[in-house]
Design a protein around this ligand. Sequence first.
Ligand SMILES: *[C@@H]1O[C@H](CO)[C@@H](O)[C@H](O)[C@H]1NC(C)=O
Ligand SMILES: *[C@@H]1O[C@H](CO)[C@@H](O)[C@H](O)[C@H]1NC(C)=O
Ligand SMILES: [Zn+2]
Ligand SMILES: [Zn+2]
Length: 445
Amino acid sequence: MEFMWVFLIVLLSLLAGPTPILSDSSLSSNGFSEIPKKLLTLAQKPELFEWMVGIRRKIHENPELGYEEFETSKLIRAELDKMGVAYKYPVAVTGVVGSIGTGKPPFVAIRADMDALAMQEMVEWEHKSKIPGKMHGCGHDAHVAMLLGAAKILKEHEKDLQGTIVLVFQPAEEGGGGAKKVLDAGALQNVTAIFGLHVAHHIPLAEVASRPGPFFAGSGFFEATISGKGGHAALPHHAVDPILAVSNVIGSLQHIVSREVDPLDSQVVTVGKVQGGEAFNVIPDSVTIGGTFRAFSKETLLQLKQRIAKVITGQAAVQRCNATVNFFEDEKPLFPPTVNHKELHKHFQNVAGDMLGTHRVKDHQPLMGSEDFAYYQEAIPGFFFFLGMKDDRLGYLDTPHSPYFRINEDALPYGAALHASLAVRYLIETQLEVPLPEQQNRDEL
Ligand SMILES: *[C@@H]1O[C@H](CO)[C@@H](O)[C@H](O)[C@H]1NC(C)=O
Ligand SMILES: *[C@@H]1O[C@H](CO)[C@@H](O)[C@H](O)[C@H]1NC(C)=O
Ligand SMILES: [Zn+2]
Ligand SMILES: [Zn+2]
């Protein structure tokens, strides 16, 4: 085995030639506008690219649902061990929080989510999911590979770092609120900024898009049981019909957004589930409905929640039914809206612009979808952006959560380099804002 390594190293150095990689790619604060381009060049080196692709495919083959990412977490820790990156584990059941740098302030975090979805992959390819009914259908496998790629580059330049970069490998983004658990574990205690990204099928490769302020909506879920009194369908006067009550409830729920909410303040109430009745000629005892609601501020989200409860119980009462409404406060807490910090948005525009060219840094409309990155942003200034994957050579890329969802692996180096650049530049710029220590001032005077 050792012989193999020597052989490989000799071979690699022959292939690489006598390029002065280190001096060339130093991440010092002199000329820091060059850093993002340098980091992209490093991330696109064939060795690093192939390595990220390998990790991504391995995770893709073995998708794990929220809080069950044991093998994924193990793989991450094995790679961090190989790099010599220190980490905390477990954080939030399966999470891993690494750190690279001086161990001193400032602290900046970069985050990847690790969980897959409970769905069957329909893409036929060599690295298709090996677990029936589970799939990395949202690209979190790529997110992990990108963050590990960033870790590798950053560790190799650790001596240049002017603070500490915290790597957050987070469980359970898909509805499990893993971000909240990571925060509650205190793992981000001294962090003053956090960055996260999501691969985007609708944005061209080598482009990024985001916006300052509200980006994704906050969301909540509800379920309600409307109870009447079952009976013969031909004798409605002996029964209390919950089906009719529910039909009125659903109609009235739609009036909340259309009649009570500012038309310029986007909000959604959707009933996605109705269950009740078994027979053509029987009035059932009860009916259960369930749904979700979305809004761009915590305040409006709480207002929607209150009105949903009132409308359901009120409309049920009109039809002599009783209703109970469950908002799953414990298992599915309200996702706050994803609100991007304005200063960090400028930072992102500068850094991504230096790497990709300002014409490849786009503004994006707000979306009604949710992202649990929002929990971090409630606690610390945070910024979230889309990383483009679209490439005509690959044909149409399906939306996330589609069984045909595919990743353009050429996006991996961009993700790794953006993670690394946003963090490195944040540390440098934060240090520059801090007044110089007395001694240095005196020297200069
Ligand atoms: C945050 O900083 C304090 C004070 O320096 C330190 O005691 C604590 O361990 C740090 N927390 C983390 C999670 O690094
Ligand atoms: C509704 O609840 C009240 C009070 O518990 C009860 O008296 C009534 O029978 C219930 N009605 C239905 C239709 O379940
Ligand atoms: Zn998703
Ligand atoms: Zn996702």
